[in-house]
Design a protein around this ligand. Structure first.
Ligand code: PLP
Length: 305
């Protein structure tokens, strides 16, 4: 029963409740205007240790609080409270598999887009096999979408809030309509930014290149992890502005994110990407680190049990 997602428990406004009993006011600012900030926190089951590890928990809570600050909602919880809620709800469900935990601060009550309280929290574990299709592929056929990425002067991509995902949605829907798995956005300046729910790296001559955060990119925890892992592997990593045509000529390219993990891109707009050699090495190293198997990177994981 606990593996049936319709039967799971979630942490909702301070209590552990059955997911179908977590009732939200349809007029609340979160329901009407997407007035919420959230994190998708990956947790990996380590079968040898019989342990579930949450990946870079403190970094997720730091970003959650930055997002809340930027849209001016007060978080009534400390990072310790948030961590306790996550551990409690995952333990209550007895999950012993890879999961993603959606931890959300939302504006409840009757209000408008200008409201800032009451702020409530939900923490919902989601088994990995139940997340969106494009996150469980071994290679991605992508397009450059005709939609532009949101920018720091309209709705900042730095803020991980529900409403920002309408931009992700229009790009993703266009990609699916055209027969692609997902898309890459260009920013207002016409330079490469990121995908709807993940960041991008290209690889040329063994060197990794990723767009700048200031080119319209979420401050991704996986992107930062890849940069650190690649550096440990002795690979050169550069953050710089990337042209669209570089997507068509690179040796390798991949998307990365908490849900995406590290997934190779096999083609962009019909231009085939060459190999996946280095991408595969990075993918393996990332998954080892996330499952708590890397002694040097054990600092990144928190044991749930
Ligand atoms: C738009 C966007 N970019 C990048 C990412 C990757 O961020 P992270 O690695 O922190 O999951 C995500 C996922 O959260 C995202 O939604």
């Amino acid at each position: 029963m606990k593996y049936d997602t319709a039967e799971r428990l979630i942490w909702f406004k301070g209590e552990l409740v059955h997911v179908n009993d977590a009732k939200l006011n349809v007029l609340s600012p979160t329901a009407q205007f997407g007035l919420n900030v959230f994190e998708g926190i990956p947790c990996y089951w380590n079968d040898e240790e019989k342990q579930l590890y949450a990946f870079r928990l403190e970094d997720h809570y730091r970003r959650l609080l930055r997002s809340a600050r930027l849209i001016q909602i007060e978080c009534p919880y400390t990072p310790e409270d948030m961590k306790k809620a996550l551990i409690d709800v995952v333990r209550a469900n007895e999950y012993r598999e890879n999961i993603s935990v959606r931890q959300t601060l939302f504006v409840d009550g009757f209000g408008s887009w200008g409201s800032s309280e009451p702020v409530e929290m939900s923490v919902a574990p989601i088994p990995r096999k139940c997340i969106s299709k494009e996150y469980n592929k071994t290679g991605l056929n992508v397009c450059v979408t005709s939609w532009r990425r949101i920018n720091d002067n309209t709705v900042s991509p730095r803020i991980k809030c529900g409403a920002n995902y309408i931009n992700s949605r229009v790009g993703q829907r266009e990609a699916l309509r055209s027969g692609y798995d997902t898309c890459i956005f260009l920013n207002e300046a016409g330079k490469v930014s990121e995908a709807p729910g993940s960041c991008l790296f290209i690889i040329n001559d063994g060197r990794l290149i990723t767009p700048l955060i200031t080119d319209g990119v979420l401050e991704s925890i996986t992107r930062a992890s890849v940069m650190e892992i690649a550096t440990i592997m002795g690979l050169d990593v550069t953050e710089r502005t990337v042209d669209r045509t570089e997507l068509y000529t690179c040796d390798e390219a991949f998307l990365c994110g908490s849900a995406m993990e590290i997934t190779p891109i096999i083609g962009v707009d019909g231009y085939k990407t060459g190999s996946t050699n280095i991408t595969e090495k990075i993918r393996k190293a990332y998954l080892e680190a996330a499952a708590g198997n890397s002694a040097d990177l054990k600092k990144w994981v928190t044991a749930i049990y």
